[in-house]
Ligand binder design. Structure first.
Ligand code: SAM
Length: 284
């Protein structure tokens, strides 16, 4: 465990790479230092991204087996380590298909575009926009949102649902919205249920858990098969819940009922639910 927090000397860096992953990519992304070392933070990030890529492999194999020019979208992409790794491993050697990164901070998308150009990754694109307002291709094949803060994950889900993304991968982050809603709803909630979130600390934890339970139910209700799993060991990140969804197409009445019952019992309405009800901005 301690070893994962240590830097890696230049002569050992190749051991950290996936098959077909290049050192050049890590250098361009500044994940390795000038003298070729992988420092502890960069190593943790690389481990997390590479682990996620392993978990996404079945989704990528599925779309690449069926679709000539698939579209992968990573929203809230930040430095876009995920997008770069996906492009190098799954798109670079194919004739068609693209990876689109959506990021609200212009300096990050500008840097991403520069790096994509330097690497000759011509179908790795960046757009500066909010997740809810960006322009997307009509059909998405895989949408990923890795640590998109708070309700940005709901915006990502709304985009994925509106564009019938074949696959969705969410690693939610700091889902704080429901703690306040639980506080306001407490007087109307059944007493035994109230005990679950009477203390502020429990309200934060329960609100965070409830948010992701509701997100999984929303996806199921809207025709997805959902798997909730761990992104990486606790030694790599504290935010490590991964929600993977595969579109099976048929609406799920049981999930709809469970979703309605849980919303009713807890008195909350997270952003994705409000968006789908038409009460909050709908993603394009
Ligand atoms: C915690 S970082 C994660 C970056 C990257 N996905 C990763 O895991 O390394 C969250 C990123 O999402 C961007 N972001 C947050 N909310 C957003 C929104 N509504 N629309 C677009 N980008 C957003 C932030 O600017 C930031 O770069």
């Amino acid at each position: 465990m301690a070893a994962a927090r240590e830097k890696v000397a230049a002569r050992h860096v190749r051991r950290e790479l996936l098959e077909n992953q290049s050192l050049e990519l890590l250098q361009t992304l500044h994940l390795v230092t000038r003298d070729g070392q992988l420092n502890a933070d960069a190593r943790r990030k690389l481990k997390q991204v590479n682990h996620l890529v392993g978990l996404l492999q079945p989704a990528l194999d599925d779309v690449q087996g069926r679709v000539e020019a698939p579209t992968v979208v990573d929203v809230g992409s930040g430095n876009a380590y995920l997008g770069f790794v996906l492009y190098e491993l799954f798109f670079k050697d194919r004739a068609a298909g693209e990876v689109l990164n959506v990021e609200s901070r212009a300096e990050l998308s500008a840097k991403g575009n520069e790096r994509a150009q330097a690497l000759g990754f011509s179908r790795l694109r960046f757009t500066t926009a909010s997740i809810a307002e960006a322009a997307y291709p009509k059909k998405l094949h895989l949408l990923t949102a890795l640590h998109a803060c708070d309700t940005a994950t709901d915006d990502a889900m709304a985009v994925a649902l509106a564009h019938q993304s074949d696959h969705i991968a969410l690693v939610p982050c700091c889902q704080a919205e429901l703690a306040q809603q639980l506080k306001d709803a407490r007087p109307k909630v059944e007493a035994s249920m109230q005990a679950l979130f009477s203390h502020p600390w429990h309200r934060r934890e329960f609100g965070s858990h409830l948010t992701n339970v509701l997100r999984a139910l929303v996806l199921e209700a809207n025709g997805y098969q959902v798997t909730v799993t761990e992104l990486a060991g606790w030694e790599h990140s504290l935010k490590n819940e991964l929600i993977l969804a595969r579109r099976v197409g048929h609406q799920n009445g049981i999930a709809k009922q469970r979703l309605a019952a849980l919303l009713d019992a807890t008195g909350v309405a997270p952003k994705i639910v409000r968006v789908l009800r038409g009460e909050a901005g709908v993603a394009g």
